[in-house]
Design a protein around this ligand. Sequence first.
Ligand code: SF4
Length: 228
Amino acid sequence: MNPSASKFTETTRVVRKMDFHSNRFDSADTHSCRRCGTCCRKGGPAFHLADRPLIEKGTIPLRKLFTIRKGERVKDPIRGVVRPVSTELIKLKGSANTWTCTFFNERDFSCRIYAGRPLECRLLKCWDTTDVEEMTARDCLTRRHLLEGVAGLWDLVAEHEARCSCEKLGEMMAHLKKERPKKTEKAFAEILNYDRHLRRLVVEKSRIDPEILDFLFGRPLEKILAMF
Ligand code: SF4
């Protein structure tokens, strides 16, 4: 069995152990969810291959997603440290400029998509994060899985990634912090302009919902630079 097939089998094993039909947060276990909402306020889950139908069937719309691109520095919600991600992640957005998951209902501390919540939410137990940690960075769903068959759009996304990769940005930032050479300053400004311009153009020409841009191209470069 090839390594990716074996990983997928492992994911299937973990998924099968879970109760997909229960709509209860509580259990008889002494370690049970008390619906405090802390997990959901730390940020929505990252998506895995097992979650693909939730997006493809429209249970979770694209405008609710954003992409963390490979190499982007983000805070690990489990360990609480900031570090670059080793693989691209698609995540649920937060609501009202917070990290609180967009589907968290503050009125009754419930999940608005409980029956169709993503894999990580099904696995996460705040008193034992072993299962969800095992899943992190494994079988991650990426833009390629969802967009590669969409003629034209995938090419734009791939070109943006090639021109604005986080690896390239990180190198430029390190260079600029040391000596600010004119050539790098100019190249850096061009990348920022390209990112801004492409987002505007895609909305104008294709009239897509601007809320989808953070899924297609990741968060605007201006927003992620502070993490480098
Ligand atoms: S999808 Fe539901 S369970 Fe998962 S983080 Fe959001 S509100 Fe919480």
